[in-house]
Design a protein around this ligand. Structure first.
Ligand code: GLN
Length: 456
């Protein structure tokens, strides 16, 4: 990562990034460009450097912020109409940590509204275009962040991953994307989607950059009760010997070019002396169903705070308090947000709780156990990130089930709380990026990033 120094100033780095952001405007990456704020911060860092004062590990490094991270710089909209006009009084812990080291946010990036989606087509601001093919989706929900890094506008970008939203767009755009162990990076100050599966992480161009960012962003935060005591730097990077592959994912529902890429990588690893272990993980086929019950349940609870009184947009056509709530929510949420609120309230309702939510919670426990068993047999698992590479814009957006199926291989990690790193491994015949996913036991994030270098 290029940091500022006496010859290459922070102002130059920021100006270059802002210029590139403008150059790639048609990709619809940003919901806000932080020109004034970024240049002011850059000038402050340059002054420190000129005076010979100490600067941070990310001094003058331009980055992009997914627009569901709160900070007073620009409106935080989560790409949803209902949050338009909302400027946050607080700053997310992750943002505070990055900026304390001198990183400079040059813009907020587009996402599926409230991070509900796998293509960034559910954004109120329209879709972000894929970095390799403008007729294809960026992936989602962190599509803007992935493309900002892929087009080399910024050195890194933040993302949030509730069921794949960092790993899938990373693989669709040929960059690294890490969903850390649940609780490794504080969730404080990020618009909540599903509190028990939300993970904050990054998009980078190299594993080395990912390691640097994780060493800065991890650690216990008194403002997030589920954040873990610092383990990242202390965790031992043990010798990796056995890599697991999941039998159940090798079937026709996964694109053949992706399966071939996986086979090629496992063969390479075998030649390098690693043992490949075939894993039977039959419970994973229930992960998607469990996820699409548990997550909407938490979504419905978390989105109930948006009532037109406290944040952002308020419908003007209301006669009384009840119609104010109704109209604001009707006009402010996107169709996918509403679908999840409906499903969530249904699965939590007294008549159906046992049949749906409780069953899904039990399946989740089995999935946790299945991963624990798997990591008794191997050190890491290598799988596809998703069944397909970047698909065409409009291809799945009107078919929610087809869109949900895109999350087949990513959601089980969030249910189990284990880390996953999307690694770019090659291209399809038509030149689109293919990513594979490295999965490790909880708290193995550092070793996972280190091992990614073996896949280069
Ligand atoms: N695509 C998944 C969903 O729509 C994951 C989203 C996310 O990780 N934020 O739920």
């Amino acid at each position: 990562m290029k940091t500022a120094n006496k010859t290459v100033t922070a102002t130059k780095l920021v100006k270059d990034a802002l210029e590139k952001a403008k150059h790639f405007e048609e990709y619809n990456i940003f919901t806000f460009i932080n020109e004034e704020g970024a240049l002011k911060k850059a000038a402050e860092i340059d002054e420190k450097i000129a005076k010979g004062e100490k600067v941070g590990k990310l001094a003058g490094v331009p980055y992009a912020l997914k627009d569901n991270y709160l900070s007073p710089e620009g409106e935080t909209t989560a790409s949803a109409h209902i949050l338009e006009g909302f400027t946050s009084p607080i700053t997310a812990t992750c943002v505070e940590k990055l900026e304390a080291e001198g990183a400079i946010m040059i813009g907020r990036t587009n996402l599926d509204a409230f991070a509900h989606g796998s293509s960034t087509e559910n954004s109120y601001y329209g879709p972000t275009l894929n970095a390799y093919d403008k007729e294809r989706v960026a992936g989602g929900s962190s599509g803007g962040s992935a493309v900002a890094v892929a087009l080399d506008i910024v050195e890194f970008a933040t993302g949030s991953d509730t069921g794949g939203s960092i790993r899938q767009p990373a693989s669709f755009n040929g960059v690294y994307g890490l969903k850390p162990t649940y609780g490794a990076v504080s969730r404080y100050g990020v618009v909540a989607m599903a509190s028990s599966t939300d993970c904050m992480g990054f998009f980078t161009k190299t594993p080395e950059d990912m390691d640097l960012l994780m060493s800065i962003a991890t650690g216990q935060d008194p403002k997030d009760m589920t954040s873990l005591p610092d383990f990242y730097e202390k965790s031992e990077v043990k010798k990796v010997k056995k890599i697991g592959v999941i039998k159940d994912f090798d079937n026709d529902s996964v694109n053949i070019e992706i399966r071939d890429a996986l086979k090629k990588k496992t063969e390479d690893l075998k030649k390098k002396g690693y043992e490949i272990v075939e894993l039977d993980m039959p419970t994973l086929k229930y992960a998607l169903a469990a996820y699409y019950i548990i997550v909407p349940a938490e979504v419905a609870s978390n989105l109930s705070r948006h009532d037109g009184v406290r944040y952002g947009f308020r419908s003007e056509n209301s006669k009384n308090l009840e119609s104010l709530y109704e109209n604001t929510r009707d006009e402010g949420f996107m169709p996918e947000n509403k679908r999840r609120i409906m499903i969530g309230n249904f699965v939590l309702s007294s008549g159906f709780y046992d049949a749906y939510f409780l069953k899904a919670a039990k399946a989740r426990t089995l999935i946790v156990k299945e991963y624990e068993d798997a990591f008794n047999k191997c050190d890491f698992i290598l799988t596809p990130v998703s069944p397909n590479y970047a698909f065409k814009l409009g291809e799945k957006v009107n078919d929610p089930i087809a869109m949900y199926l895109e999350d087949l291989m990513s959601v089980s990690l969030n249910l189990a709380g284990v880390p996953g790193l999307a690694v770019p491994v090659g291209k399809t015949k038509s030149g689109l990026p293919i990513g594979l996913q490295l999965v490790g036991p909880r708290r193995s994030d550092k070793a996972l990033i280190e091992f990614a270098k073996e896949l280069k």
